[in-house]
Design a protein around this ligand. Structure first.
Ligand code: ATP
Length: 206
């Protein structure tokens, strides 16, 4: 089987994420895609993020729309988890599968800073999703001459120019975000009074 793994904070999950899944499934002929909401992301420790189980619930609501699955593996980790831990986990669960790690170009750009990133390269093919501020041409520059450069499939023409940060800010200032998130997620955000102060309020802590 060809399995796509899509990690992120998903605070909240939005239509851009869903488009990525649909395109990746189609273009790479993936048999399944699994969203993996982060528990306590190592690179976002300075930010307040919404409770991990709340983010997991929103991911589940959205995943159903595109026939994807959601894994609670990361949110159940008691210590900080790294992408390498996550990939090793899914390698052991699906030993026969080809693993495709879906990441935005913004994240991929920082790959050499990731925990033991060279080991990651052995475990997966990267599906790098174009992002507005990242130059495709220079993305692989730092791997030139490497004995084992990453296997990369570049996904173009997908991204909607939206981010969870913008959605939190818009929702916080009372703007309509119904075109940016699936209806079920919108209802969830309203029902749970998420993002009412643009993010940093008493409802939002890990
Ligand atoms: P934030 O604004 O809170 O940083 P985000 O919208 O970038 O959030 P994440 O949960 O960090 O969402 O995203 C998970 C992955 O999805 C990241 O690799 C990110 O680059 C990618 N991604 C986010 N938004 C889009 C989009 N609109 N189109 C394509 N990829 C996206």
């Amino acid at each position: 089987m060809r399995t796509g793994l899509f990690g992120g904070t998903f605070d909240p999950i939005h239509n851009g994420h869903l488009q990525v899944v649909q395109s990746a499934k189609w273009l790479l002929n993936l048999d399944r895609v699994i969203f993996i909401p982060a528990g306590d992301p190592p690179h976002k420790t300075d930010k307040v993020i919404t409770d991990k189980f709340t983010r997991l619930d929103m991911a589940q609501l959205a995943a159903n729309i595109v026939g994807a699955q959601v894994s609670d593996w990361e949110v159940r980790q008691e210590k900080k988890s790294y992408s390498l831990d996550m990939l090793r986990h899914f390698r052991s669960v699906y030993p026969q599968d080809e693993l495709f790690f879906i990441v935005g170009a913004d994240s991929f750009r920082d790959l050499p800073l990731w925990w033991h990133y060279r080991e990651l390269l052995e475990l997966c093919t990267f599906v790098v999703v174009a992002r507005p501020d990242v130059d495709k041409e220079t993305l692989l520059d730092r791997f030139v001459g490497d004995e084992k450069p990453p296997r990369v499939f570049y996904l173009e023409d997908v991204p909607m120019d939206i981010s969870s940060t913008e959605i939190r800010q818009m929702a916080g200032s009372g703007q309509d975000v119904s075109h940016l998130v699936p209806p079920a997620v919108l209802t969830f955000i309203k029902t749970h009074s998420l993002y009412i102060n643009g993010g940093d309020n008493g409802f939002r802590k890990n």
